[in-house]
Design a protein around this ligand. Sequence first.
Ligand SMILES: [Zn+2]
Ligand SMILES: [Zn+2]
Length: 407
Amino acid sequence: MKEENAASPAALRQRPLDWINIAFLTLTPLLAVGGTVWYALHYGVSMVELGLFLAMYLCTGLAVTGGYHRYYSHRTYDCSRALQLFYLVFGAAAAENSALKWASDHRDHHRFVDTDRDPYNILRGGLYAHVGWIFYKDERGKARYGNVPDLLKDPLVVWQDRHYLALLVLFGFALPAGVGALAGRPLGGLLWGGLLRCVLVQHMTFCINSLAHLYGRRTYSDTGTARDSWWLGLLTFGEGYHNFHHKFQADYRNGVRWYQFDLSKWWLQGMRLFGQAWRFKRVPEALILKARLEVQARSVERRLAQANAPERMWSLVLARVGAGRQRLEAAYAEYQLARLEHKRHKALGLDGRRHWRLAVKACRRDLIEARRRWKALLKAMNRIAYPSPQQAFSLMAALDIFRGRHF
Ligand SMILES: [Zn+2]
Ligand SMILES: [Zn+2]
């Protein structure tokens, strides 16, 4: 079937190049950089340009990450029509296609990741995943929309798809130029709030398809190419925590820890305060922990295999790993249960509040201890050297650690 291998090398050779996209994606960066430098040299840089750049960058960036991605592609929460309209208008202004096409491509990306049916398959190379895939015409016609039946039923989405180009010109370029004109600097507004912003937001998104599948840690899943990196999270409104996202795409967060920079998550929490977004989906912490431990356990197995560990050590280590995981997961479940019970007793003013408060403390201690032991186990495994002249010695050293009272 044609659409099944749309990105395979053979299919790509047959797909015609999309010269409009090629021209847009190669000329806009040149115009944006050349234009803003020329304008700055002749007219300087005022707060009007900087303000327009920042405002347009935030609006279009959040429309893509919070709207196109976390709302339309993954349905990780519900939101008001006003917020949907904001996403659609400024999503069009980001010049990354209509929400319908973007979400359709993105759902295929998740479903068929790292295969020929993934529209921006990283295995075809970083440049192809970054921008190359847009250089080819998509000839699937309406067949491509088989994976977005919910969006086809949404009149706002269909309206945006129909008027995408007009919205792009109006809100992506005429709006910043118009606001700039009010301050007597229409060209400055167009260059900074329109062109330069457009190029940077586009490449911010493209980086998720390329860099987030190349660099970083695979904390929650080691079966695909998606990776987590804090520096990409900073640059991409939080989307750089891509390994977590691929594992738990239904979660509205990408940076799942409170300290992980995820501007889109904080934007959505702000929208909740204003009553514009609700019913946020969150993956239970226990499942997240389970995923992480599975990946760590597999890394121990890989290390044993690479070190060519003897049979006796395999069984000893795997038994320890299994027991450590079980202990940690059980300690976590008990801690969560005690916390919930304490909360419930407190809210209802029930007897036994003191009992549950002490239980929470005890469970927290157990959890900390189970974590410490698990970390010590992983650390001990990391001391096992890869095959080397000292291999026998290293394996014996690791065995000694197991026999000892290190965990
Ligand atoms: Zn996604
Ligand atoms: Zn991805």
